[in-house]
Structure formats: structure tokens, C-alpha cells
Design a protein around this ligand. Structure first.
Ligand code: AMP
Ligand code: GLY
Length: 421
């Protein structure tokens, strides 16, 4: 098969890496890709939102299957566009991707079908939202309705912080139209867990769970990022909690989407909080997580192409999906200034040494300039260590991180520490 992956981050590098292992793959392309992906696939310089150009390329290159990585093109209907052009594309259609594209749609769906999530109210008017906010207790959570590159959520510890977030979203429009409507929701306390699942209609095949670290600094301090590191498995979380999350949240949500006439096909990603009252939904994403993918796919034993094809052909329920018992830890190396503005073009050294030490080096924001690999994004690299347990995987990841260098690099030193206590 000739496969095109759409996207160019660490998630897509891990997807390309997993697809590359399949004997069914004859040729791999990635649009736009990055400097790491270029070592495994032919990168095509087309942006993820240029649907017409992507379709033209897919036709010219005889692409058999498209695998879409990121949220934005899914929310904008990239799968519908490929299908209309007669090209098979894996991912949810626009009406199903709305589960991520609109937090209000997601919250209302969960309320209607009685699926556990934080209590909330939605607002379109700033003054009304502000009046409501002033009657609430803190901490409290303010969320822009639409997609905001993982930055549309503020967990406010004080009323002043909450008011500032509300003003920024609704009046200053720092997230553009994504902030036209907002959700104000109850703060949930507990451990977070990400469960990704291959979903086709009512069929749900959960992947192994992972845990992300959203804030930029150690100890979960500082502003939220797209994710600074992940690990799997979660030895400190009971299997019963994981099973309960799948049975009470993910499966009912897949069924609800079918009932709403929006059957979901693709990877559905539940962001969950394990509260003292059991698991509750924080968010749904309509795609694989970044950097969850970088730790989950290395544990996948089954051919990813077989899973995607089974899903596309309507028999996801019949395929046996196997996972290794290994642990995986991913540490993100980010640019100076991230998640704010950051410089680009800084030379990166030590990549080959890190790989030689046994780590998987997934590129996120990198580019090649005059034969040298340089930084070109906020999150630059995801370094994955594998091992027989979290301690070993973690030691291997950090050892590899220590040999990679670029000016202003920042990474957390406490990824997976919660699993060690
Ligand atoms: P989201 O983009 O919706 O996943 O939110 C980003 C991060 O904000 C989550 O990973 C949580 O750490 C935090 N968060 C979101 N909603 C809540 C909530 N209701 N209670 C506590 N933390 C939350
Ligand atoms: N790591 C969280 C996300 O992909 O949204």
C-alpha cells in the first residue's frame, strides 16, 4: 500500500515509525512531515489545511490510504473532503470530530447521555459569564469552546486569574473565534489519565492507558502546554479504574455519537480525571494524543495497518490487538520561551548518540537547514525510553535527553515520577 500521513509533529513521527514496520506498506509519504520523519518517509511540502493540494497529491501519487494526525484538519472536514474525492482516509468525519472541535457540543452530549464529566455552564456573552463566575468558588476552570492549540484552558486558582482568562478569551479574543463561546466548569481533583481507543461506530478497542504532563514546569507548575511528557503503563492505577473508564465513559460516548447520527471512526481519546467519585471526563479528542502516541505505539504488537483496515472495512471487532508488557517514558525537549513565543533555527546536536543509546527519538518541531537539524517549533523532540518497568524506561529516556543539546532547551525532570512512589 501507498500511505500518506497528514501532519508533521511528534505524533506523526511515531505514526510513520509504526506504519513503516508493516509489511503491507510499500511507500510512505508525509505532509508536511519534519526532519525526523524525512528519514522514514518522503515528506511533501503541503500544509495540513491545504485540502485541494493534498487531494491532488494523493491522486497523482496513487495513495491507497490517508492517515490524518492533527485535530484542526479533522475539525475542518479533511476526511469528508478525501472521501468526496474517492480517497480512503482514516479519521472521523467533520460531524464526529466536533466532539473535540467544540467543547460545548461535547459537554452537552455527555450531559444528554448521562456520562460522567465536570459540572458546567456555557456562555456567549461576557457580562453574563462574568456575573456567573463571581458567584463561584475557586479553583475553577475556564475553557474556550473551539480549538486553541491546547492552550484554551485555564485552571484558575484565584478569582482574579479566572476573570483575566475570561476577559482574554471573550473580549481580547486571544484564541480568535474559538473564544466566542466559553465553558466555565467545576474543578476536578485527582490523577489524570489518557485512554485512546480505536473506535468504529459502537465498536471500541481501547489502547493501553498513558499519563501526560501538561504544565511546562516540574511539579505541574506554570502554564499548560500541548504536553511535556508521557508514560505507559500506569502501575499506580488499578485496572478496575481503567476498565470502569472504558465501560462508563468511552463505550457510552461511542454509542451516543451513533445515536446522534455522527458515528465516530478513528481514534477517540478520552482525557479523564480519576476523582474520589470515580473517573470523569475532562475532554475528548478526535485523534491520537501528542505525546501519548509516542509511548503507546511502541507497545503495539499488532500491525497498525491491519487495525486501520479492519476499522475501515467495518470489522474492528474481529481483530486481535496485542500490546507488549514493556514500559515507555517520553520526555519532551522544548524551545526556550515555550509555551509562549520561541526562537527557531537553533542547531541540535547529539541525536545519533541518543539513538545509539537505545532511545527512540521522535522529532516534533525540527527542520533541516544546510545539512544540519535545527529547531523549528515549540516542542522540538520527544525522547522515548523503553524498559521492563517505568524506572528503567525513565532512566533510559533521561540518559538520552542528557546527550542532546540545543541552546535554550527545556524539559521537565519529573516525567513519570508519580508512577514511582
Ligand atoms: P483540556 O485541554 O480540556 O484537556 O485541558 C487541559 C488541562 O487542564 C487538562 O489536562 C487538565 O490538567 C486541566 N483541566 C481541564 N479541565 C479541568 C477540570 N475540570 N478540573 C481540573 N483540571 C482540569
Ligand atoms: N497530549 C494531549 C493532547 O494531545 O491533546
Amino acid at each position: 500500500m501507498r500511505i500518506l500521513v497528514v501532519g508533521g509533529g511528534g505524533r506523526e513521527h511515531a505514526i510513520v515509525w509504526a506504519l513503516k514496520k508493516s509489511e503491507k506498506v510499500a511507500e510512505l509519504f508525509c505532509a508536511p512531515g519534519n526532519a525526523g520523519i524525512a528519514q522514514l518517509a518522503e515528506c511533501v511540502p503541503i500544509a495540513v489545511n491545504q485540502f485541494d493540494e493534498l487531494i491532488r497529491f494523493a491522486k497523482d501519487a496513487d495513495i491507497d490510504l490517508v492517515f490524518v494526525g492533527p485535530d484542526d484538519p479533522l475539525a475542518d472536514g479533511i476526511v469528508d473532503a478525501f472521501e468526496a474525492a474517492g480517497i480512503k482516509a482514516y479519521g472521523p468525519r467533520k460531524n464526529a470530530a466536533e466532539i473535540e472541535g467544540s467543547k460545548i457540543f461535547m459537554k452537552n452530549l455527555l450531559k444528554k447521555y448521562d456520562i460522567p464529566t465536570a459540572k458546567y455552564e456555557t456562555f456567549t456573552d461576557y457580562e453574563t459569564a462574568l456575573a456567573y463566575l463571581r458567584e463561584q468558588s475557586v479553583p475553577i476552570v475556564i475553557k474556550a469552546d473551539g480549538l486553541a492549540a491546547g492552550k484554551g484552558v485555564t485552571v484558575a486558582a484565584t478569582l482574579a486569574e479566572a476573570e483575566k482568562a475570561l476577559h482574554e478569551a471573550m473580549v481580547d479574543k486571544v484564541f480568535g473565534d474559538a473564544g466566542n463561546q466559553i465553558v466555565i466548569e467545576e474543578f476536578l481533583e485527582g490523577q489524570e489519565m489518557s485512554i485512546l481507543a480505536f473506535v468504529d461506530g459502537e465498536t471500541v478497542r481501547a489502547m493501553v492507558p498513558a499519563q501526560d504532563h501538561k504544565p511546562i514546569f516540574d511539579g505541574d507548575k506554570g502554564p499548560n502546554t500541548g504536553g511535556m511528557g508521557t508514560y505507559t503503563p500506569l502501575p499506580h492505577i488499578d485496572q478496575a479504574i481503567i476498565d470502569e473508564s472504558i465501560a462508563n465513559i468511552i463505550i457510552p460516548t461511542a454509542k451516543a455519537m451513533v445515536s446522534e447520527g455522527r458515528p465516530f471512526r478513528g481514534v477517540l481519546f478520552a482525557g479523564l480525571m480519576i476523582t474520589k467519585d470515580g473517573p470523569k471526563t475532562i475532554e475528548f479528542n478526535a485523534r491520537m494524543g501528542d505525546p501519548e502516541t509516542q509511548v503507546v505505539l511502541p507497545r503495539l504488537q499488532t500491525d497498525l495497518v491491519d487495525i486501520v483496515l479492519a476499522s475501515m472495512n467495518g470489522h474492528l471487532d474481529q481483530i486481535n490487538i496485542e500490546w507488549s508488557e514493556e514500559a515507555a517514558v517520553c520526555v519532551i525537549m522544548a524551545s526556550e520561551g515555550y509555551p509562549g513565543s520561541y526562537p527557531k533555527g537553533r542547531p541540535i546536536t547529539g541525536l545519533a548518540e541518543a539513538e545509539a543509546a537505545g532511545a527512540l527519538v521522535f522529532h516534533a518541531g525540527t527542520a533541516e537547514k544546510d545539512g544540519q537539524i535545527v529547531t523549528s517549533g515549540g516542542r522540538v523532540l520527544g525522547i522515548v525510553g523503553l524498559g521492563s518497568d517505568i524506572a528503567q524506561a525513565r532512566a533510559r529516556a533521561y540518559e538520552a535527553v542528557s546527550v542532546i543539546d540545543f541552546e535554550g532547551k527545556q524539559s521537565r525532570t519529573d516525567i513519570a515520577a508519580k508512577a514511582l512512589v
